[in-house]
Design a protein. Structure first.
Length: 130
């Protein structure tokens, strides 16, 4: 059974994830002392650790977004999924109430995981990077 995606579906999935990760990285840097810092402060983290986490997360988001833009490879989708899982676990441990947030800052990761899985299967089957 083939797991390759239709080229338009592959393009839409990749572009949505690229946009998501790049935008998240940019917004995290733009709001370095804003919403993210306030959330981490509410979780009991001091300003220095909060800033380190935000900068690290933003850098990882920008790296993943750029890599997704450049490559269509199974290992990349696994790495992106692992990074998302780690960030979700950290968010869940620090602020478990984010799971109840109406805009879904953590629950949005479930459909992202599904897209990453579909792209992983597609790349493994030799789908092109279009």
């Amino acid at each position: 059974m083939s797991h390759t995606l239709h080229p338009a579906g592959r393009r839409a999935a990749r572009l949505s994830l690229i946009g998501l990760w790049l935008w998240t990285g940019v917004v995290s840097l733009w709001e370095l002392h804003g919403q993210s810092a306030a959330l981490l402060h509410a979780a009991g983290l001091d300003a220095a650790l909060a800033q380190t986490l935000i900068l690290s997360g933003a850098g990882l988001d920008l790296l993943i977004g750029t890599a997704l833009w450049r490559w269509h490879a199974p290992r990349l989708y696994l790495a992106a999924g692992l990074a998302m899982l780690v960030m979700t676990l950290v968010g869940s441990l620090l602020l478990p109430t984010l799971w109840l947030h109406p805009l879904g800052p953590l629950s949005k990761n479930l459909p992202i995981a599904a897209l990453l899985y579909l792209l992983f299967l597609d790349a493994r089957e030799g789908g092109s990077s279009s």
